[in-house]
Design a binder for this molecule. Sequence first.
Ligand SMILES: [Fe+2]
Length: 320
Amino acid sequence: MKLAKIQFGIVIKRLNMPQNNPENTEKHWKTAVFDLADNAAYQIWRTEKLANYPAQRNESIVTLADMANPQDREIEQIVSNCQKFNMAIYQSQGPILPDTLEKFCLALGLKTMETHRSAAKSGVVAIEQTTIGGKGGYIPYTNKPLSWHTDGYYNAPEDRIRAMVLHCVRDASEGGVNELLDPEIAYIRLRDENPKYIAALMCPKAMTIPANEDPRSDYRPDSVGPVFEVDDQTGQLHMRYTARGRNIIWRDDAVTDAARAFLTHILKNDPLIVRHKLQSGQGVICNNVLHNRTGFIDASDVGDTRLLYRIRYKERVSPI
Ligand SMILES: [Fe+2]
């Protein structure tokens, strides 16, 4: 079988498809990688993927001289980190307005923001402790720990969250540490342990989130779907997951139980989990990776409490 390299450094095999469209080729290649019947494609991709990882272990942070006027090499570095690890951490200088963050994201191919009940007009959600309005009572807006999840795990397929940005305006005086794990690494660990785990988690009825009938939110029907799926729009792996113990209905099946238990083990122990407390001016841009947050304690002064801006997007990070 002939092999070729494309711009992302991923080895691809030539399939029966038009060769003049790299995007199409990449899409079909990824579909083969995540097909349990194609172990050869998976092994090639897995080797390349894991070989990229030592750099990320050093938590290389991309320094942005001026977020309002990003330089090509800064954008390239973030895109490249997202292509290899599905995430990039950056350090910006000085105070950043939500508008600046939004414009910066545009340069990363992120243009379609989700509509969220707590989003300001700009689509930016302020993550901070509050009991007011639609945010009140929801864990992200308290100082409690947040368990592992991908964003929008309860969304309908047409509203998939493919990327998100968390920008730290002010960090907490204690705690508020994020852990992040590339879903492709979780996939590799599960498939290497037992391919049946992947089959179970790709089942269209693997995980159900019951309808949200909370009057503070828009009504949302039951969300039924797999944990892992190949996104039909991008050909990339999409992960839909929450470690929440309550109000989640898992498919009643022994292999699904075992797969969930192994995933829990990965999320406690994997050496490629990134643990990082975002400092003021720092942020993470990612293709909706698995993440959590430790609980935190705020400084007592009003106006000096932990504040992050979050934007969720329907596109993945990509070169424009
Ligand atoms: Fe989240």
